[in-house]
Design a protein around this ligand. Structure first.
Ligand code: G4P
Length: 292
């Protein structure tokens, strides 16, 4: 399966992001807690050079809690300010506000030395498609947040959302493109739904996911489908066993074609849907940060 996917509009998105980064003090980068590394575009380090940084591991509610803690510690070890969030719920606001203050401490102190008091931190949100940028901005802004228009010296047409006296957020997020020279990264991004399903072979993707789950989360699989996992060979990703499991799951779920044959395509979609919505349980595809 070929996961390469680089639409032309990404070039425009990059240019816009480079423009927007110049206007802010802080880049809030969202990644997906189920694939914290694959969900980032490493180019952001160069693009955001010199700006304060905050990494938010979003959709933490869908990811494995132990993996969440390991990745949070990993990013902190790397010197980033970071937090785990569920962007749909506003209860992250206090944590994120505190992280913003920490990330921008230098700027705030510099302002104070120059006699500038209460100048809000200007921030922008960035991340790959579907990672939850709009959800985050809407939750963070809440109902009461005021939109402010153009400011002197700021490119025309930019809208800022005043979150409180300390923070202003650019209301359009920066779109990063997923990067996947490594086919495993591509498959992981496809599994979480970051790549349009129309260009994917769902059967193949489901077999990939089941192979991973057989190794890492067998209990969740068996419980959800009430199908026993076939005895595994020593393969890192046991594709044969995964295909057999998909067939058995199709039968158990009555995904059958007219003649009574298992409808593997339908079963595959069902399984991917179960995974993406969290019905399979809290699962991280990148379970261990590098070095752990
Ligand atoms: P984007 O701007 O980065 O492209 O992403 P967007 O906010 O549109 O979010 C993409 C999908 O992810 C949405 O689901 C959204 O509800 C969901 N989502 C965002 N943050 C979280 C989170 O922390 N946890 C969970 N579980 N889901 C999250 P959708 O199915 O496309 O839309 P909807 O039916 O939920 O409205």
């Amino acid at each position: 399966m070929d996961y390469q996917w680089y639409p032309g509009h990404m070039t425009k998105a990059r240019r816009m992001m480079e423009e927007d980064i110049r206007l802010v003090d802080l880049v809030i980068e969202l990644t997906d807690a189920r694939v914290p590394a694959a969900g980032r575009n490493p180019d952001i380090d160069a693009m955001a050079g010199g700006k304060a940084r905050l990494i938010l591991l979003n959709k933490a509610d869908l990811a494995d809690p132990a993996a969440n803690e390991a990745w949070l510690a990993y990013f902190k070890r790397k010197g980033f300010n970071a937090a785990l969030i569920d962007a749909r719920k506003r209860d992250f606001v206090r944590t994120v506000e505190a992280e913003i203050q920490k990330a921008c401490r230098e700027k705030i102190e510099r302002d104070l030395r120059r006699g500038i008091k209460n100048r809000p931190v200007r921030a922008m949100v960035a991340g790959i498609p579907n990672v939850g940028k709009s959800t985050f901005i809407n939750s963070f802004a809440g109902k009461g947040a005021a939109k402010t228009g153009n400011k002197p010296g700021v490119t025309k047409g930019k809208q800022w959302i005043r979150l409180n006296k300390n923070v202003e957020l650019l209301d359009t997020p920066g779109i990063l493109w997923p990067k996947f020279d490594d086919p495993l990264v591509g498959r992981n991004l496809a599994a979480i739904g970051s790549i349009r399903d129309e260009i994917l072979d769902m059967g193949e993707l489901a077999v990939f996911l089941i192979s991973f789950l057989i190794r890492e989360y067998p209990g969740e699989l068996e419980q959800r489908y009430q199908v026993s996992i076939p005895v595994c060979s020593g393969d890192a990703l046991p594709a044969g066993e995964a295909a057999a499991f998909l067939k058995a799951a199709a039968i158990a779920r009555k995904c059958l074609k007219k003649g009574g044959e298992p409808d593997l395509e339908r079963a595959a979609r069902l399984l991917m849907d179960d995974f993406r919505s969290g019905r399979l349980g809290r699962i991280s595809l990148e379970k261990y940060p590098p070095g752990d």
